[in-house]
Write a new protein. Structure first.
Length: 229
């Protein structure tokens, strides 16, 4: 098991009220290596909250979060930061590439944060990954010189650069046109299969959701399995 949730709940205090707003309600989930799943649901249903808890960016109100069978809720912030850098790759709706860095430099940023001593190996992996997503001829260009689809493909490479076991994607096609969204969806599916990386995608797009092995719907705080055929 790469990542698991055991009866995870999350609630927030309502401003000016003693009542709390319950976003997640005793969600249990297990994801293994090479498995992919999507989570759909209406806006405000808690999809991003769920992904943030899976990615250690937020903590549940109750329940347990396990990464590689270890409970991580009592880890220090420095330990969680190391987990995010070494074991989890993040892909967001907006690419968040730094405009002052070239495409190659943006992709290599996580290797700098990990204090890797093998700069040559990281550079070679970056170039190989960029070539695999047809960006090998763009490595010296800046984000402003690239299309939205190209920038998102670069964020996929950045997410993979440290060889994480888990990829978390939050509305990765939300800012793309139809053709670019289709290409990115195919790329994510290919990476999941070829690199045996676990993948969790939250999305409004049924087309993207159906590309994952399993599909869930999040509504009223509950996670319900769906048929993705």
């Amino acid at each position: 098991m790469i990542i698991g949730l055991e009866k995870v709940s999350k609630s927030y205090e309502k401003p000016g009220s003693l009542k709390k707003r319950e976003v997640l309600n005793e969600i249990s989930l297990k994801v293994d290596s090479g498995e992919s799943l999507s989570v759909i649901g209406p806006s405000g249903s808690g999809k991003s909250t769920l992904l943030n808890i899976l990615g250690t960016l937020d903590m549940p109100t109750s329940g347990m979060v396990k990464l590689n069978d270890k409970n991580i809720l009592n880890y220090s912030e420095s330990q969680l930061a190391e987990i995010r850098n070494q074991h989890i790759g993040f892909i967001f709706q907006m690419h968040h590439l730094l405009p002052q860095l070239t495409l190659l430099e943006n992709v290599l940023l996580p290797t700098i944060a990990s204090n890797s001593n093998n700069d040559k190996a990281g550079l070679e992996r970056a170039k190989e990954l960029l070539e695999s997503v047809n960006l090998h001829d763009k490595i010296k260009q800046y984000p402003s010189q690239l299309s939205g689809g190209e920038c998102q493909r670069a964020t996929v490479v950045r997410a993979l650069i440290n060889q994480p076991g888990l990829i978390l994607a939050d509305e990765p096609t939300g800012s793309l046109d139809e053709d670019s969204a289709e290409q990115l969806g195919e790329l994510l599916s290919k990476i999941n299969k070829e690199q045996n990386v676990a993948m969790i995608v939250v999305t409004h797009s049924m087309e993207l959701a159906k590309k994952m092995n399993k599909m869930y719907k999040l509504n009223h705080g509950k996670l319900v399995g769906m048929n993705n055929n």
